[in-house]
Structure formats: C-alpha cells, structure tokens
Design a protein around this ligand. Sequence first.
Ligand code: 3PG
Ligand code: MG
Length: 376
Amino acid sequence: MLPVPQLEDLPDPAGKRVLVRVDFNVPVTNGQIDDDLRIRAALPTIEWLTGRGATVTTCTHLGRPKGAPDARYSLGPVRARLAELAPGVELLENLRFDPGETTNDPAFVDRLVDGQDLYVNDAFGAAHRAHASVVGPPGRLPSAAGRLLAKEVEVLGTMLAGPARPFVAVLGGSKVSDKLGVIKALLDQVDALVIGGGMCFTFLAAMGHGTGASLLEADQIATCRALLDTGRRILVPTDIVALGPGGEIGRPEAGGEVATVGRDVADGWKGLDVGPATALAFSDEVKAAGTVFWNGPMGVFEDDRFAAGTRAMADAVAGARGFTVVGGGDSASALARFGLAGGVDHVSTGGGASLELLEQGDLPGLRALREAAGRG
Ligand code: 3PG
Ligand code: MG
C-alpha cells in the first residue's frame, strides 16, 4: 500500500493549532457509550500533539443526521468521555449537522480550517468517505496521518501483501450485495473464504437449498453461483439455527420454536445463526490458519438464542495461533461483548473502511494526504 505522510513529516507543532479529524462514531444507547474503542484509539495521536505543545481541536461525525442539528446524534456523551481521557481537548459539533460535510462543500472546508495551522487525519473509520473534513483540509494546511490511521493502513496492507498461509477470511453480516466487491477481491488472495451471517442464505439458495423466511437477496443468487463456480475454497454452513413461525428476534417471550436444521430451512422459518457443526468446522479452519481476517457476525448475536455461532467464531479468532485481524463494526462489538478483544492481534476501528481498503487498495482520505504532500 502506498505510504502516507506521518506526524513526523509535519512542521514542528509547538504553539500551533491542529485540527484532528477523528472517528468518534461510537455506539450510544440511551446517552451511554457502549464501546469507547474509537475514542481510546485516537489518544496516541492527540497525546503526541499536545505533548509537543500543540492545541488540538478534534472533529467527528456521529451517526447519519441529515445535514441539520438532531438531538438523537448529540456528541454530549462523546464529549464527556473525551474530557475524561484527554482533558482540555476541544471537540467541534457533529460534522454531519452541516450539509457541507457530506457534499464536500469548499465553504464548509474553509470554516473547518479557519484559525488552524495543521491538519491530522486519524479517522480511519471514515477514510473511505470523500467528505469535507476528510478530503478538504489536506489541500489547505500541512497535513499528515495520525498514529491510528497509519497503523490501520500498515496492518491491513501487510496482511494483503504477504500473509502467512493459509490465509482465511471469515465474512458475515446481513448483506451479500454490500460485500461483493470485497468477496471478489479476497477470493484472489485467500486460501479459504468462510461465509456466515445473513448473507450465507443467498449462497445456500445458489446451491439449490430452501431458505424459508431467512434473509435472501434474490438478485444476487446468480452472482453467488458464479463465485461458487470459481472453484475457490468457499465454506458455507452445513447446519443452521432457525426460528419458527411466530417467533420474534430479540423477544424470546414471544415464543416460536428454535431448532437446528441442515442446509434447508423450511417455509416460515428464519435462519438466524450457524449451527454447532458449522461453528466447529469454521473454528477448525480459523485455528489452523496463518492469517485470519474476520468481518461480520455469524448470526444475530444480540439475541442470546442466536449468539453461539458468533461466540464460537470470536473464541476461535482470539485463540488462533496465526495473525488475526478483526474488521470493525459488529464483529469488533461482538469481541468486546465477549471480553475477547485482547486476544486479537489487530481490531480495526473501521468496518466499511477496512473492507474498502482491502477491496480497492486505497481510500479517498489516504489519497488526499498523499496528493497534498506531493504538492507541498
Ligand atoms: C463507521 O461507523 O463505519 C464510520 O464511522 C463511517 O460511518 P458512515 O458509514 O455513516 O459514513
Ligand atoms: Mg494469534
């Protein structure tokens, strides 16, 4: 992966004002932060700058407000946590309260950089968005990647460039269509691709199995068939934990039978997790790997009845002998929830960003930093 300018490449930050784009888009429930990984992960950069006498102003988006202030996406809880972890560091208003952020409006970039001397991008999780705060400031201020951004790019780049073999990628989550690009890119790199989560049903349908009321992207069946026909090693579940008619996800009290079935899910039944035989087979694959990349839960783990597959995967990844990378979002939350994050070599702070980096080999936020360095 092409190098990006580092903190050391900046002019001396002493006495300077530094705008730091962070990704503090953390999960918040009822005003409480569920997982502050993204805030803690930015501290090395913030401390590097403040330790050298800089005044740091951070900025982030939170959620997807539509270009106007929206109390549901208040940065209040984030501001409070940041004040505990990095006292005195400023945090601007949610960037997406301004319509100019997502449209990359030059006038919004002007306002962001006003009064600032330097810019640092440490928002790996947002580096795939060509938004104002990500791609704008590098054209205006001396700019560099923060420690987190640099580390994410290095780990993911090294994983692709020369992985210890066998290299096993485990993909889950609900939508195949979201992951097709990365599936295609990874198929050329990996020794085995393991498919779980809601998206496994489109693969099972492509193999001719019944999927009942499970998640299915009918318009992707042909594509999944073509992927299976490549002859690459693609592992799909051999058994499924399914919820019977009348049952509701997250509401065991609603009733509905829960059963482990084979690859065929009956009409009216919803496959919501991989079964025990699958969990065992997937775990064996992961344990024997030299390199593991995991993105996306194996089932609806928020509901305890459908958590076992994801739990088994988290255990296998955390216990694997090989180099293990977990790509952000839900799989990172699952690891944290099971208390296993410490067992993984690298937990990426970017879900979409890590997938796009693996697929494209570059990101808009990285290009902007590189192009600015080239101009300087
Ligand atoms: C993320 O949570 O993946 C990043 O913060 C990006 O958020 P977005 O998908 O709303 O752009
Ligand atoms: Mg290991």
